[in-house]
Ligand binder design. Structure first.
Ligand SMILES: [Fe+2]
Length: 228
C-alpha cells in the first residue's frame, strides 16, 4: 500500500492511494486507533494556543545557554543543548534544547494525556526536546532509539515542510502533530526546509511494553515527570 497525504486545515487530504484501506469510518475512534497500529503514525490537531510562548522560552533558553557556556545533551533542564541520538541525522547544524522548561511541562501536563487518548495506550514519558532547523536543512531517513517507542513531532514555528513516514509523505505545519512509532517506522525529510522551522519532539514508552528500561530517559527524568 502506498499513500501520499498532505495536512491542510482541520483534515488530512489523501492525494494518492494504492492498495486497499478501509476509509469507511474516518471518524470512528476505534478504527483510527487500529489505523495507528497499521500505519504506524497518526496525524492530530494540537493547537495549544501558546506556540509563540514555547518559541520564546526556547529562544531564551538557547540565549541563556550560550551566555553561560552551558551545554551537553543531558544538562540541567532547560539549559542542556546538544544532540540526542536522532539529531545526528540532521543534515545541517540545528539548535536543540533538551527538556526545555516549558516544553517539558507541556509534555508532562498535557501532551501525554492527549496522545494516550489518541492511540488508546498507557504511556510513560521519556524526554522531550525542541529543535530549530534552518533553511535548507534535511533529515536523513532513520528510526529512533528505544526511548521513542511512541514519538510526537509538533511544529511550533515556521512553514509547512514535507516529512516521510514509511512510504507515505506528510506535511508538518503549525497546529498539527504527528504521532508515530519512532522505533519502527522510517522517517525523514528529503526535501530541504523551506525556512526556519521549530519543532517539539516528545518520547514515550508503552507502560506494559518491552522498552520499560528506557522510561523517563533511563530514569534520569523520573522525578520531573512524576512531579516530585
Ligand atoms: Fe526520529
Amino acid at each position: 500500500m502506498l499513500m501520499v497525504a498532505q495536512l491542510v486545515e482541520h483534515q488530512v487530504v489523501i492525494l494518492k492511494v494504492e492498495g486497499s484501506i478501509p476509509f469507511h469510518q474516518p471518524n470512528n475512534k476505534e478504527w483510527m486507533n487500529k489505523e495507528f497500529e497499521k500505519r504506524g503514525y497518526k496525524v492530530i490537531n494540537i493547537n495549544l494556543g501558546y506556540e509563540d510562548l514555547l518559541v520564546k522560552t526556547f529562544e531564551e533558553a538557547v540565549r541563556y545557554n550560550k551566555a553561560h557556556g552551558g551545554g551537553g545533551t543531558r544538562g540541567a533542564r532547560g539549559r542542556g543543548t546538544g544532540e540526542p541520538g536522532p539529531a545526528n541525522f540532521v543534515t545541517t547544524p540545528s539548535l536543540n534544547m533538551y527538556m526545555e522548561y516549558l516544553a517539558s511541562i507541556v509534555h508532562r501536563e498535557y501532551l501525554t494525556s492527549i496522545v494516550e487518548k489518541e492511540i488508546d495506550l498507557k504511556l510513560i514519558p521519556t524526554y522531550c526536546y525542541t529543535r530549530k532547523y534552518f533553511q535548507g536543512s534535511g533529515l536523513t531517513s532513520h528510526i529512533d532509539r528505544p526511548h521513542n517507542e511512541i514519538s510526537l513531532t509538533y511544529c511550533i514555528s515556521g512553514p509547512e515542510w514535507e516529512i516521510s513516514m514509511g512510504e507515505n509523505i506528510l506535511t508538518t505545519k503549525m497546529g498539527k502533530a504527528i504521532i508515530y512509532k519512532g522505533c519502527e517506522i522510517l522517517h525523514g525529510r528529503s526535501k530541504p526546509s523551506p525556512g526556519t522551522v521549530i519543532l517539539i519532539f516528545c518520547g514515550w514508552v508503552i507502560s506494559d511494553g518491552t522498552k520499560l528500561s528506557s522510561a523517563y530517559d533511563d530514569g534520569e527524568n523520573k522525578d520531573f515527570y512524576l512531579g516530585d
